[in-house]
Structure formats: C-alpha cells, structure tokens
Design a protein around this ligand. Structure first.
Ligand code: DGP
Length: 141
C-alpha cells in the first residue's frame, strides 16, 4: 500500500472516467471495469479510507442508505434475481484497491462470485461475543 491516490480517489477527482450510476454528497457508484457478470457495480464512500472499520458513522450511514437502492436498480436493469454484495478489507482478503468499496455482483446461473466456504464450529461463542461486545461498548460513538 502506498500514499499515492488510489484509482478510486482519481475517479472521485474526475481524473479517470467511470460509468456513473449514482452520486450523492457521500457516495459514488459506478460500473466495475472488470465485471464478473453484467451489471457488476461498485459503491464507494467519498471519504478516503482504505478499510470499512475506518469509516465515519456518517459515511457508513450514507452507504447503508444507498446500497439497497442501487441493488434494486441493478436487479431491475439487468433482470438478475440473485446477487452478492462483497466488501474486501486487506490484501489477504482479496482487496486490490485500497479505498473502501462494495461490489454488487449479479448471479446469473453459475456465473458471478465464486465462494469457497468451509464452516467450522462455534466453540467459544459466549466468550467471543462478550469480548466483541466489550470492544463495542468501550469504543461506542
Ligand atoms: P477489490 O479486489 O475488492 O479491491 O476490487 C477492486 C475492483 O475494482 C475490481 O473488481 C476491479 C475494479 N477496478 C479497478 N480499477 C478500476 C477502474 O479504474 N475503474 C473501474 N470502474 N473499476 C476498477
């Protein structure tokens, strides 16, 4: 990761074109340049943060408001019934562009997001939930 502007910051600055879908004070949405399926859409905050956990409440709320609306429009425009929403944080988690972004990826038959999912067992649920609750309480606001 470097300090130079990400490709999405350059899109926000108008230096690089995009196929724009939606824009408000906090959010921009545009088509992914390398779609997994037709209609693969990106939704980004205007706030320049690499990871979801770094976002302000304001940016998070704006993304939450925009995502269902954009998902409805992608479904209607492409005719896809099913889709995945993907949000990667960190290179090991498949993040390539270090500006927060949500993918909306239509699922068309076998085409779309490939997922490897190997469930484990939840052995320490009570203590783990308590630990996470404690961090939420100590960092709330
Ligand atoms: P991720 O692996 O979650 O960081 O996905 C980054 C996505 O960004 C990837 O699906 C391709 C897309 N992308 C990269 N560069 C550009 C660009 O210049 N324009 C657009 N529209 N999408 C881009």
């Amino acid at each position: 990761m470097t300090d130079s502007p990400t490709i999405f910051a350059r899109i926000l600055d108008g230096e690089i074109p995009c196929h724009r879908i939606y824009e408000d004070d906090h959010v921009l949405s545009f088509l992914d340049v390398g779609p997994l399926t037709r209609g693969h859409t990106l939704v980004i905050p205007k706030e320049r943060k690499a990871f979801l956990h770094e976002l302000s409440d304001e940016a998070g709320a704006a993304l939450g408001r925009a995502l269902p609306r954009i998902a409805r429009a992608v479904r209607a425009a492409t005719g896809c019934e099913h889709y995945n929403v993907l949000q990667n944080n960190g290179a090991p988690a498949h993040q390539a562009v270090f500006h927060v972004h949500f993918h909306i990826i239509p699922r068309v038959g076998d085409e779309g997001l490939g997922i490897g999912w190997s469930p484990g067992s939840l052995d320490d649920g009570e203590s783990l939930a308590a630990a996470i609750r404690q961090h939420l309480e100590s960092s709330s606001s």
